[in-house]
Structures are given as structure tokens and as C-alpha cells.
Write a protein that binds this ligand. Sequence first.
Ligand SMILES: Nc1ncnc2c1ncn2[C@@H]1O[C@H](COP(=O)(O)OP(=O)(O)O)[C@@H](O)[C@H]1O
Ligand SMILES: [Mg+2]
Length: 249
Amino acid sequence: MNKTNGAGIRIDSLRFSYHGHMALDDLNLKVEPGERLGIIGPTGAGKSTLLLHLNGILQGAQGSVTIGNTIVSRDTLATVRKKVGLVFQNPDDQLFNPTVEEDIAFGPLNFGINKEETAKRVKQAMQSLNLQGFEKESSHHLSYGERKRVALATVLALEPEVVAFDEPFANLDPGMVAQVVDIITNMNATVIVVSQSILPAFACCDRIAVLVAGKIVKTGTPKEIAKEKELLTTHGLDYQMYCDICKKL
Ligand SMILES: Nc1ncnc2c1ncn2[C@@H]1O[C@H](COP(=O)(O)OP(=O)(O)O)[C@@H](O)[C@H]1O
Ligand SMILES: [Mg+2]
């Protein structure tokens, strides 16, 4: 676990439906400050829906989400969005300014951080993600992996207490996956990683929650969850194939 002031998260009896279709069903979850929690689950389990509740983009019809001491509601959105940074699955949903440095500066400036401090944060975020040299580039001209890193930099520059990633390993080459595992492992915040990539999630998370049909059905250390063969296989999350391939080689 990180030594951090990252905020704890508490989700109580959360329910959310899309036009009558239940996506989160009486979901309960507690995350310690500084913990890195992986949430794994099959497609359609409700992973992205859950993330969108962490900073109030979606709000449940029932139940509550609490970040630190703040209950997420319409009245607390400004506070909550300073505390929680979401890194979307598709970087193009996060990048809309003419240049990379403007994209990264946008959030801090929007939150009232002065120009000097913002410039410092932009530089730091770019350095930590190996993005130096891309300052004046348009993100349209960058590769997918580079855009993923810029999207993460836009969140890091906000210095949030909670960083929540939606499928951070999707569509990356293996070298980039290793790099993202490394970045997540060294983050100084409470981290939520929602992913179908079981092994990278095991590699960078302290604890894993298994989400199926809108409910958390199991939580445990990566070692404990790895032993839940039947549960993983039933929900299409088994990774034995990769172990067999490695043994064969
Ligand atoms: N905008 C939407 N409108 C209607 N149904 C949706 C919408 N987004 C997601 N869903 C449905 O809600 C459920 C959970 O979706 P999602 O949170 O995207 O799952 P995951 O990220 O685990 O794949 C799925 O059944 C999905 O089809
Ligand atoms: Mg999703």
C-alpha cells in the first residue's frame, strides 16, 4: 500500500439502472486510503458504470458513495471532482485541446490553480510519463499509447486523492502494459483499476474485487482471488491459458 494522504472510499447499497436495466445492484465496497484496488469482471458486469459514480457523473437512485468525508451528491460535485480523477478507457474522450500541454493544463487552470503552479504540474506530469518533447503537439498526431499517457497526465496534474482507471491495459502493446503496471504501482494516491486484464491487475493491485452482474461477489488479495478457479472460469475470467502457454515455451 502507498504511503499517502489518498482518500478512502465507501460505497453503500448502491443501485443504478439504465432505463430499467439494472447495472449496479445493491453494491457495497470499502477502499482504504492509499489502497490499490483492482475490480475485475466480465463485459457488462457494471465496471464502467461503477467508476462513473465515483465522481458523480452518474448518481445512483439508491445508496451512497463517500470519498473521504464527502458524500457524492449534486451539491458536492465541485469538491468530489477535485478529489477523484477518472482516466477513461478511450483517451480521445479526455483530450480536446489544441496541444498536449494545454490539455494537461486545462484541469488545474479550471480548478483555479495559478499559471505558475499549473506550469510546474504540467512539467512534472509530462516528466513522470515520459512525454517530454510533445508539449506543442496535437494529441491527434500521437500514437494510441502516447495518447493514453497524455490522458493520464491530465489527471495526474490535478493531484487527485483518488485515481480511477477504466481498462488501463486495453489495446496496449506488452511493453506499454508493463509501463502502466509500473506507473500504477508507484502512484501516490488511492487507486481503483477496473480491468478485464486479470494478470496486469493482479500485478499492480493490493486487493481485487470480482464484480458480476452489478454486485461484488468476492474480494481478496491477488493470491486469494487467483485460487478461485471455479469463480473465475464461470465468469470468463480464467487466465490458466496464459500459464499453460508459458509452461510450453
Ligand atoms: N448508456 C447506457 N445505456 C443503457 N445501458 C447501458 C449503458 N451503458 C451500459 N449499459 C449496460 O449496463 C450494464 C453495465 O455496463 P458497463 O458498466 O459498461 O459494464 P462493463 O464496464 O463491466 O463492461 C451492461 O449490461 C450494459 O449493456
Ligand atoms: Mg467498461
